[in-house]
Design a protein around this ligand. Sequence first.
Ligand code: ARG
Length: 462
Amino acid sequence: MLWGGRFTEKLNNTAMEFSSSLSFDINLVEEDILVSMAHSTMLADIGIITNDELKSIHNGLTVIKNESSAGVWNPDASIFEDIHSAIESRLGELIGATAGKLHTGRSRNDQVATGFRLWTKKAIANLVEQTSTFQNALLTLAKLHTETIMPGYTHLQRAQPISFAFHLLAYVEMLERDKKRLQFVLDETDSSPLGCGALAGSTLPLDRNTTTEILGFSKPSSNALDAISDRDFVLDFLNACNIGMMHISRLSEELILWSTSEFNFIKLGDAFTTGSSLMPQKKNPDMAELSRGKTGRVYGNYTAIATMMKGLPLSYNRDMQEDKEPIFDSFKSYSQALSMMTGMIETLSVNENRFVDELEGDFLFATELAEWLVVKGITFRDSHHIVGEVVKVAEDNNVKLHQLTIEQLKNINIVFDETALEVFKVDGALYRKKTYGSPNPDMVRSEIEKWNKLLNRNNIIF
Ligand code: ARG
């Protein structure tokens, strides 16, 4: 028990169960030990503890760290309020009364805020790395499909021809924004609250720069009251998880659609699909569905913390202990989903020619025909109308656009000539795109090259 001097009774058992965070803040064991090591080093530097005491504290903490990673130290949640008190108590068992000096000038408030920031920085580094791996998997697949034609959609209606590589590169862009967002969260997280005490610093000459440096933070936080009260970095992190998961969820949905018999565009690898207990023919895209589904709980985690923080007076309130489970859960879901997506992309096979015949003369070339008319000097509004008539004639005759005769086209508008029929051809359709950022295979190939160079650089600064 960390407190108790003024109490005559111990905490009610149910109240202990209700309030203990040990079952989940055990995740912070390494970070809490790092914080204690840095704090005690600084206490020795300023002469509050002796070097022998420091040695004994460090030895004890190292033992706890090893016991914990070996799984032989499992503190009991019915006895300890949290990981911080459990470690301090174990330290007492190991080194005796000197353990009581560790908490000098420190509160669990700055201790937990510091450890939690360290954990968050580590989680960000993991997610950034996993996102880069996922981008690499997309690029590897994209390289093979710069000429694999598929319909691009708006409103899930066929709109214009694109390539599979172009579609995959859209996700590479999204993932890059996810990494930038995480980089921003890292900057927000990268200040040390250690030495802020319960809310107002200390009368002891604690050297906050020393602990900041030992723990690898870029600066000490500058207002103790804010540093203890602040959980913005948690919300920023959770929101980065939200948007990252939203992107994953969209790709999941597409993988699910593309692998249906109706689309028949891709086949997911066996290692990332499941069967049905009843229907022997089934191959289900469960990993994509779960990635899509887990997005809901990740959004819920953000809402939980935003709601918990709303209206809290400064500085620490016990409500804030509720910040941990949601962030651990969002991290786990996001990290697992990233590895599922990477695995699915690495193992799927593509039905490359799926759309070649089907798109020949498809109405999705209508926009291109309108642009052909624009080049002939017709305003876009008029050409849009004319092509609308072309589509209608084809529909009325139950034929595709490339099956129309030049006479039929000339009947609609005299400007049409043989070259108009060229635009209905799948062959060369992608190369006819001229703008930067379009699915023109030459441009897509140079984008892939650009991304390969970018991803081989480590673009996050820790
Ligand atoms: N378990 C607490 C938490 O995670 C630690 C801080 C407790 N501070 C306190 N003043 N009771 O928030």
